[in-house]
Design a protein around this ligand. Structure first.
Ligand code: BTN
Length: 237
């Protein structure tokens, strides 16, 4: 189960870093939750603003057979999307793995592998969900919290419990058929295959149709030629 073993810390630099340092002391499925993080980490070396009021936590996986990091990201993305949609919040996955509401980011996921002698020994999946925290003015154009959407506070323990239960069920059901996880993930993606989008190719904005989507590449048909887009920043909103 995810979250059967739980450690709550009032303040820590980063729950991912904490679990990476202390993974030996925890079992498979353990979670570490922080009330606030002083050096929250985002993807691609970015920082993650984590004041009190948000849901900041990391999950440790120590399975016998390791799944690809993408699989963990997708499982948590789907779990979070489905839990929030039950609350009537129309969130979606902005390719490849950010969770958005109405053009603003509400949640990010950071999976990391722990390796010893080039062998993966454990995986840490960090989840940052803006729940009851205020979004600072400089981020208001790009980020949003649940409190801002619902105009009321949400019970963090309910979210934590529901997300973990749902993620665990998905993991158990689909760990041997990860192509089905990809199918569900694609259902919540924006853009989707067949959508018309604008992309930046060598500093030129061109229009095309999404042909195929994988974890790391979006293939776009631009005037009959398939172009591989590898960064979210190449997609023009
Ligand atoms: C992203 O850049 O979208 C990923 C953000 C992940 C943030 C979470 S908060 C809990 C965990 N601890 C961290 O330092 N980062 C992740």
């Amino acid at each position: 189960m995810i979250g059967e073993e739980i450690e709550v810390l009032y303040e820590i630099d980063s729950t991912n870093e904490f679990l990476k340092k202390n993974y030996k002391s925890f079992h498979d499925g353990a979670i570490v939750v922080a009330i606030k993080q002083t050096a929250g980490k985002g993807r691609m070396g970015r920082s993650w603003y984590s004041p009190e009021g948000g849901l900041w936590y990391s999950v440790l996986f120590k399975p016998k057979i390791h799944l690809n990091l993408h699989v963990y990201t997708k499982i948590f993305s789907i779990a979070i999307i489905e839990v929030l949609r039950k609350l009537k919040i129309k969130v979606y996955i902005k390719w490849p793995n950010d969770i958005y509401y109405s053009g603003k980011k509400i949640c990010g996921i950071l999976p990391e592998a722990i390796s010893v002698n080039n062998r993966v020994v454990a995986i840490v999946v960090g989840i940052g969900l803006n729940v009851n925290n205020d979004i600072p003015p400089e981020l208001k154009d790009i980020a949003i919290s649940l409190k801002d959407i619902l105009k009321k506070k949400v019970k963090i323990t309910y979210l934590l419990d529901s997300i973990n239960k749902h993620a665990w069920n998905l993991l158990i059901s689909y760990r041997n058929e990860t192509e089905n996880i990809t199918k569900i993930w694609k259902k919540y993606l924006v853009p989707r295959e067949g959508d018309k989008i604008k992309v930046n190719v060598n500093n030129e904005i061109v229009e095309g149709t999404v042909l195929k989507i994988s974890e790391d590449t979006l293939y776009v048909d631009v005037g009959g030629k398939a172009i591989g887009v590898q960064s979210i920043h190449q997609i023009i909103d």
